[in-house]
Design a protein around this ligand. Structure first.
Ligand code: PLP
Length: 409
């Protein structure tokens, strides 16, 4: 409808004032706890998306909410112009959690806010390291990325997206990126040259539909990077922090990246918190004044981030993701043999499901799931992703999968 002067007041009141860059499912959430959410009418839903893995520990995890509440009563923002009493403890805790999974004995932490900012930070660090340390010719640094990647929405990041919708109309693009097929180590090896400073990959491609590479891929990428003396940057923003049954997805293949980007679940579903974690000799190229963020590492973010690290330290979340994940994948395999879905894949408590495109689009399936009290989201085409909170009860997971079975009939 076109708005005209004197148009019907009621109709006007219903016209959204939101820019249309999303097409949300028709539900208005008003409350949530654990794996359950309620809408404004009080209808209950099982959350099988978990904020794209931002809610790995469920909605309003008591330890995370308590940490946030306590911090709200004390200090919320300092800016990095000053220090505050949780900045070093947060960096120490996150470095300790990441140390076994990343190169370098004493990793550094660079806190930011959103995932895209962490990726931008890693790109800047890799380029500067390439010029300052590797001696790459000025303005020539390239970073190799994979087809089907998702690393965020900034102009630089969409410059190397292979999703037309994400790119079209947003040029001119940032040069210095080379795209190779995902899970093809030889193509990657062939793309490396004297300008290469880094390879940037998702160890599991989440937005692409939870695509898990073959077991020899990441080790081969690590070897190629070592041979060429270039950095391996693992984007663990969606795959990290327990989702795959390990703390970080790269641990599934015993591969240590030089840098990793973290985000999503690092903020516990409460505040945006992201970070780049990795080799001291790489991150230390970012000397004072070369990079920053007004909100990065703020006290509230650090309080929540610290509590998130504590939840992961014991390994019980990771074990739970493995156990529930095994159950999830066996139930999906049964659905595939019954012909309800075409195939499923994934690792830990994380699955991509392809349905018959002649039968249903992913969007239609998600609408049917919504009617049955399940929140899920298509990734693209006829693929949906399941990533419930790791804290979900097994009965609730089963209930969601029963409803998925019904929605597919
Ligand atoms: C979500 C995501 C990002 C971007 O994070 P934002 O917080 O939305 O900027 C980057 N990389 C991966 C792998 C992601 O899943």
């Amino acid at each position: 409808m076109t708005a005209t002067a004197g148009a019907d007041v009621d109709a006007d009141a219903h016209r959204s004032r939101l820019a249309p860059n999303y097409a949300p499912l028709p539900v208005q959430l008003a409350w949530a706890s654990g794996a359950w959410a309620r809408d404004v009418r009080g209808r209950a839903y099982i959350d099988m998306l978990a904020g794209y893995s931002s809610l790995n520990f469920g909605h309003r995890h008591p330890a995370l909410v308590a940490a946030a509440h306590a911090q709200l009563d004390r200090l919320t923002l300092s800016s990095r112009a000053f220090g505050h009493d949780l900045l070093e403890p947060f960096a120490d805790a996150l470095a300790r959690l990441a140390a076994p999974a990343v190169r370098g004995d004493e990793p550094l932490v660079l806190p930011m806010n959103t995932g895209a900012e962490a990726v931008e930070t890693a790109i800047k660090a890799a380029r500067k390291w390439g010029y300052d340390v590797r001696g790459v010719a000025p303005e020539r640094a390239t970073i190799i990325v994979a087809d089907g990647n998702f690393h965020g929405r900034t102009t630089t990041i969409v410059s190397f997206s292979t999703d037309d919708q994400a790119r079209d109309g947003f040029g001119p693009f940032t040069p210095g990126f080379k795209v190779v097929p995902y899970a093809d180590a030889e193509a990657l090896r062939a793309a490396v040259d004297e300008t290469t400073v880094a390879v940037l990959l998702e160890p599991v491609q989440g937005e692409q539909g939870v695509v898990v590479p073959p077991p020899d891929y990441l080790p081969a990428v690590r070897a190629i990077c070592d041979d060429a003396g270039v950095l391996l940057i693992a984007d663990e923003i969606q795959s990290g922090l327990g989702r795959t049954g390990t703390t970080f997805a790269c641990e599934l293949w015993d591969v240590q990246p030089d840098l990793m980007t973290l985000g999503k679940a690092l903020g516990g579903g409460i505040v945006p918190v992201s970070a780049v974690v990795g080799r001291e000799d790489v991150l230390e190229v970012l000397s004072p004044g070369t990079h920053g963020s007004t909100f990065g590492g703020n006290p509230l973010a650090c309080a929540v981030g610290l509590a998130v690290v504590e939840l992961l330290e014991g390994g019980t979340m990771q074990a739970r993701a493995r156990a529930l994940g095994a159950h999830l994948h066996s139930r999906l395999a049964t659905m595939a043999s019954a012909g309800l879905i075409e195939r499923s894949r994934g690792v830990g408590l994380w699955a991509g499901i392809d349905v018959d495109p002649g039968h249903l689009t992913g969007r239609e399936l998600c609408e049917r799931l919504l009617e049955r009290g399940v929140l899920a989201k298509d990734t693209h085409g006829s693929t949906i992703r399941l990533a419930p909170p790791i804290t979900i009860d097994e009965q609730d997971l089963d209930l969601a999968l029963d409803r998925l079975g019904q929605a597919l009939c």
